[in-house]
Design a protein around this ligand. Structure first.
Ligand SMILES: *Cc1c(COP(=O)(O)O)cnc(C)c1O
Length: 390
């Protein structure tokens, strides 16, 4: 019975061209990787600053493991709260300039835990339609009324804020950088609306932390609105090259989450070695602005060249560069041909994104060399011509 059900489901996916399988990377996450036995240029990773295989992070983890061991042994509230966690949280709250910080094991768990503990069925949440799945799952789990506004449509958001009153609490939740489009939320306007309509504001900085802002603190810094956002969340698994997530805010917020967030309470604490690696990553982000500058130089170069070729890179403003294909088959074919030519770029299709907006999605790294970028551009141009896109 079970297998019949599973086979039906899988066949259905296969017929729609949506069935996925895992690919295997040999060695570490770098600008050039070996995947399924083939050497390729990597344009798929969120490892924006190239820190995932940085010797300094590895050394910090090793030293911490020697001192504090591998596992934290229990949840934070029992006896898993270790020195490495404390140091990391102090580091992040100092870096972000907030009163307090709490670390979760992943960004997914942070969003699910924060949102489901703060809101319940008497509340309403307004969320951008393109927000990350973990925000959506957190809202569903909270049972709050869930209103999605069209992507970055501030008029639609304001109309919703006017029309839906009578709830106990109201909140706006948005990604700061949208992970499939690479554009940035209009934070100035969102903050103004949150204030005008007396809403709490939560920001997910997953793709902005270490990337945006003068000091790499994220979009809140980029817009100079750090003190206007109630709940600032981000992950340590993307630009920071490590693993885990943070939430920053008031002492009360953090204390409340320690007591109420189930994905914080009912799970083993992050391994101390990982916390130590994250600490080192933030130190590097703080002390080495040239690394971030290299990421942006690479991004601007690649984006300008792609535009010159005539590709539609949508509205991106960040190192996430989409190339619009519209049809899923075309995106998949483009990605396959690039792979054969040694360039790894993922094809993104519905239901991850709206219908008829299938695309390639490139992510740029600080550690791509100019040769890497030029090689990729040459192949993108060649395949674009083969497929009559440019
Ligand atoms: C990646 C991502 C997450 C999840 O973070 P993990 O640490 O990978 O679980 C949450 N929100 C956004 C916007 C993301 O891009």
């Amino acid at each position: 019975m079970l297998n019949i059900f599973l086979q039906d489901g899988l066949t259905d996916l296969e017929q729609k061209g949506l069935k996925r399988t895992l690919r295997l990377v040999e060695g570490a996450q770098e600008a050039r990787i070996t995947i399924d036995g083939q050497k390729v240029l990597n344009f798929c990773s969120n490892n924006y600053l190239g820190l995932a295989n940085d010797p300094r992070l590895k050394q910090a983890a090793i030293e911490c493991i020697q001192r504090e061991g591998l596992s934290s042994g229990a949840s934070r509230l029992v006896c898993g709260n270790m020195n490495a966690h404390k140091l990391l949280e102090e580091k992040i709250e100092h870096f972000k300039g907030t009163e307090a910080c709490l670390v979760f094991s992943t960004g997914y768990m942070a969003n699910v835990g924060i949102i489901s503990s703060l809101f319940d069925r008497d509340d309403i949440i307004f969320a951008d339609r393109l927000n990350h799945a973990s925000i959506i799952d957190g809202i569903l789990l909270s049972r709050a009324e869930f209103k999605r506004y069209p992507h970055k449509d501030m008029t639609a958001l304001e109309n919703m804020l006017k029309n839906f009153s009578g709830y106990k609490k109201r909140a706006i939740i948005t990604d700061s950088v949208f992970s499939m489009d690479g554009d940035i939320a209009p934070l100035e306007k969102i903050v103004a609306l949150a204030q005008k309509y007396d809403c709490w504001l939560m920001l997910d900085e997953a793709h902005a932390f270490g990337v945006l802002g003068k000091n790499g603190k994220g979009a809140a810094e980029h817009f100079g609105l750090e003190d206007k956002i109630d709940i600032q969340m981000g992950t340590l698994s993307k630009a920071a090259g490590s693993f885990g997530a943070y939430v920053c805010g008031s002492l009360e917020l953090i204390s409340f989450l320690i007591n109420q967030a189930r994905s914080f309470i009912y799970t083993t604490a992050m391994p101390p070695g990982i916390a130590a690696a994250s600490y080192k990553a933030i130190e590097i982000i703080e002390k080495e602005p040239p690394l971030r500058q290299k990421l942006w130089n690479n991004t601007n170069y690649l984006l300008n060249e792609l535009k010159k070729f005539g590709f539609d890179t949508m509205m991106t403003q960040t190192p996430i560069i989409p190339i619009l294909m519209k049809e899923s088959d075309l995106a998949v074919e483009f990605s396959k041909r690039l792979f054969k030519r040694g360039v790894f770029v993922s094809a993104i299709r519905p239901p991850t994104i709206p219908n008829n907006t299938a695309r390639l999605r490139l992510t740029v790294m600080a550690t791509h060399t100019s040769t890497d970028l030029d090689c990729a551009l040459e192949q993108l141009k060649a395949v674009g011509k083969e497929l009559c896109l440019i």
